[in-house]
Design a protein around this ligand. Sequence first.
Ligand code: PMP
Length: 358
Amino acid sequence: MDASDRLRPVLRSFEPYDPAFSPCRVNLSANENTHELPAEVRSAIGAAFRATPLNRYPDPMANALRDALAARHGVSRERICVGNGGDELLFNLLFAFGGPERTLVTCPPDFAEYANFAAMCETPVTGVWRDAEDFSIDGDALVAAARDAALVILTSPNNPTGDLVDRALVERLLAETDALVLVDEAYVEFAPEGSSVVDLVATNPRLMVLRTLSKAFGLAGLRVGYLVANPAVVDALGAVRQIYSVDVVAQAVALAAVETRSALAPVISDIVSERERLIAGLANLAGVRTWPSATNFVLARVPRAAEVRRRLRDEHSVLVRDFSSAPGLEGCLRLSVGTRDENDALLDALATILREEA
Ligand code: PMP
């Protein structure tokens, strides 16, 4: 008997997350922000880093950062819970509010970690599958499933399909069910103004909104995400979290980034216009289908997708994400929006490969 035999049975099918990362000249595989941060943000981050003593434990309440985030959203500190990336908060939500007797409802295809964390927390999942053609959500089916659920997760805009969830659907779920509703807005800064439902948190104690500094803020390596929620939810999550999961550097750097966030506007608008240029470029390639996107990535259905993805990597040093064998995403690749040069490299390489494959 080795140690793996002693693992809790529910965890035995899990394997270490290894994206088999291949170093590529152009990495458009993980929806990171590929743009350089503005000088004002970089210098604020550098100063914050240099001023941070590492011999002291972090503030487990992360109050300075929570105050800045609370100010960003016009709420009080009690409504903000920070985490080691959005991932930690998603796990803690399932840990705190899931379990064998409570169902999670999701709308796949969506972010794979929801189902993984639910499985780890022995939480049954009901998937209300999106339309196979346009990825829309059947509101009636969702509300019906949510009537028996403890928790619903909606992703707006969704990864990997790129579309927003209707605000009216979120309101309807809150009005017609007793479920806790999490709206994951990891990518919302790339969506049109007014797309967020964060303003509904103040009047809906069962609504939670997830945000991250990994995307628009360009700080995926820092690992900071946060939840805007009712104070009772924030307290519940505060009670079960690893007390120092957001370290001193992460708190200080995140605070500097949040305080200088207005300088990020040109980066975000460049990514949005590059996204539209990428979609237009893809439309010129025979056999490629795309969907509208409110994010920093584009989902594209490509002939012989897995082979095209392999050739992009091996022959052109361009890395994209392969979803071609994922249920509901057959033949699809997910292309993160890069800089102008990176997007040109991707489009040129794709055009070459598709011409040769035809
Ligand atoms: N939600 C969605 C929809 C995501 O795509 C991601 C990251 N890919 C996350 C949450 C988590 O991001 P992070 O842990 O970097 O904050």
